[in-house]
Ligand binder design. Structure first.
Ligand SMILES: Cc1cc2nc3c(=O)[nH]c(=O)nc-3n(C[C@H](O)[C@H](O)[C@H](O)COP(=O)(O)O)c2cc1C
Length: 360
C-alpha cells in the first residue's frame, strides 16, 4: 500500500505517506499557551508520517477565535517545545501551521479591536463562533501598505519561534478564507496598491510571506496549504485557474518542502469556471511534493496516490478520531467516528480519549 510506504519530505524521512491535517481544537489557555493535554494529543498521533499542527496565531493581531494557540510569546514557545520533544521522542515529524485570520475573527475575542483585512469588506451570510456565542461578522479595518509589510515580518518571526520550539518546519495557512486567502481573492481584496488590482498583485502577499518563511526557517522546511476552489468565508474568484496558476508557478521557484492542496468540498454548480478537481488541475503544475486533502478514506487516498500527482494524503477528521490511523489502515480495521460537538473547545473528551485499537 502506497499510503504506508516511506517517503522523503523536505529534510525528513517519513515513515509513511499519511499526514495529519491541521485542525484547530481550541484548547489553549486564554494566553494562547498549549497545555499538557495538547502534548498528549499530538504524541498519540505520532505514527503519522507528518503531523501538521492546528493553526497557530503568528501575533496578537492574527487572532480571530478564542482559545487558539500562538507562537509569539516565550511562554507559548516553551509550551510547544514540550509537544515537539514528545512527538520526536515517539518517532514523529511535526510542522507548525502558521495562521493570520484576517477578517475571520471578532472584536470580542480581540481585546475590542476590529479584525484587519486587505479591504474593508465584512463576511456576509455567515456568523463567527466567539467566546460569547455566534456573532455576525464586523466590517474589518483595511490594512495600510506598511501594516501588510509588518505582517510579512511577523510570519518570519513566528517561523523563527517555531524552529526554536523544535518544529521540523512550518506551513503557511493560505486556505479556507484566512488572511493570505483574502489577498488572493477578487471578492475580499479590492486594493489599488501593489497588493491588489491584478492577478500578480493579489499573489504578492502570499509570495512575500512564503519568501519570509523560507528565509526564517531554511530551505525545504516550508509548505503551504491552498484551497483554490473553496468559496467559504466569501472567497470568490472569477477564474481560479488564472489566479492560482501563476502563484503555483512562482512557488515552484522556491525551495519548499510541499504544497498541500484541498479539493473543493462545496457544490460547484454555480461556479462554472471552478475546476472540478483541484488536485489534478493545480497539483499537476507543482514541482513540489503534493499533499492531497479533503474527504479521503483509505481506498480513495490510495487511489489518489496511484494517479501519481499527490505523494501524500492528509486526513483531518479521521485522524482526529483515530490516533492510530496508519495502524488501522494497515490492519484494515473499523474506524472510530469523529464527534462533532467536542471538536472545538473543552478538555480531554473528544480530544485525547479516542480509543486505540488495543483498547477496544
Ligand atoms: C475540527 C477541525 C478543525 C480544523 N482546523 C483547521 C485548521 O486549523 N487549519 C486548516 O488548515 N484546516 C483546518 N481544518 C480542515 C482540515 O485540515 C481538513 O482540510 C478538512 O478537515 C478536510 O479533510 P478531511 O476530510 O480529511 O477531514 C479543520 C478541520 C476540522 C475537522
Amino acid at each position: 500500500m502506497k499510503l504506508l510506504e516511506k517517503i522523503t519530505l523536505g529534510k525528513e524521512s517519513l515513515k509513511n505517506a499519511i499526514a495529519m491535517a491541521p485542525m484547530t481544537r481550541s484548547r489553549a489557555n486564554t494566553e494562547g499557551v498549549v497545555t499538557d493535554l495538547t502534548v498528549l494529543y499530538y504524541t498519540q498521533r505520532a505514527s503519522a508520517g507528518l503531523i501538521i499542527t492546528e493553526a497557530i496565531n503568528i501575533s496578537e493581531q492574527a487572532l480571530g477565535s478564542p482559545m487558539t494557540p500562538g507562537l509569539y510569546s516565550q511562554e507559548q514557545i516553551d509550551a510547544w517545545k514540550k509537544v515537539t520533544k514528545s512527538v520526536h521522542d515517539n518517532g514523529g515529524v511535526i510542522y507548525a501551521q502558521l495562521w493570520h485570520t484576517g477578517r475571520v475573527g471578532h472584536s470580542v475575542d480581540r481585546k475590542g479591536k476590529l479584525p484587519v483585512a486587505p479591504s474593508a469588506i465584512g463576511i456576509k451570510g455567515q456568523q463567527h463562533f466567539t467566546s460569547q456565542g455566534l456573532k455576525d461578522y464586523e466590517t474589518p479595518q483595511e490594512l495600510t501598505t506598511g501594516e501588510i509589510k509588518q505582517i510579512v515580518k511577523d510570519y518570519g518571526e513566528a517561523a523563527r519561534n517555531a524552529i526554536e520550539a523544535g518544529f521540523d518546519g512550518v506551513e503557511l495557512h493560505a486556505a479556507f478564507g484566512y488572511l493570505p486567502n483574502q489577498f488572493l481573492s477578487e471578492s475580499a481584496n479590492l486594493r489599488t496598491d501593489e497588493y491588489g488590482g491584478s492577478v500578480e498583485n493579489r499573489n504578492r502577499f502570499v509570495l512575500e510571506a512564503m519568501q519570509e518563511l523560507v528565509s526564517a526557517s531554511g530551505n525545504d522546511k516550508v509548505g503551504i496549504k491552498l484551497s483554490p476552489t473553496i468559496y467559504y468565508n466569501n472567497i470568490d474568484n472569477s477564474d481560479p485557474v488564472a489566479q492560482f496558476t501563476p502563484l503555483i508557478e512562482a512557488l515552484n521557484d522556491m525551495p519548499l518542502a510541499f504544497i498541500h492542496l484541498m479539493n473543493g468540498i462545496l457544490p460547484l454548480d454555480n461556479y462554472p469556471s471552478y475546476p472540478k478537481n483541484a488536485i489534478e488541475t493545480f497539483g499537476s503544475i507543482s514541482k513540489h511534493l503534493v499533499i492531497a486533502n479533503a474527504g479521503f478514506n483509505k481506498e480513495s487516498g490510495e487511489a489518489e496516490l496511484k494517479k501519481g500527482i499527490a505523494k501524500m494524503i492528509s486526513y483531518g477528521s479521521l485522524f482526529l478520531a483515530n490516533p492510530d490511523l496508519p495502524k488501522r489502515f494497515e490492519l484494515n480495521t473499523d474506524l472510530n467516528v469523529p464527534d462533532g460537538p467536542t471538536m472545538y473547545g473543552g478538555g480531554e473528551k473528544g480530544y485525547t480519549d479516542y480509543p486505540f485499537l488495543t483498547e477496544l
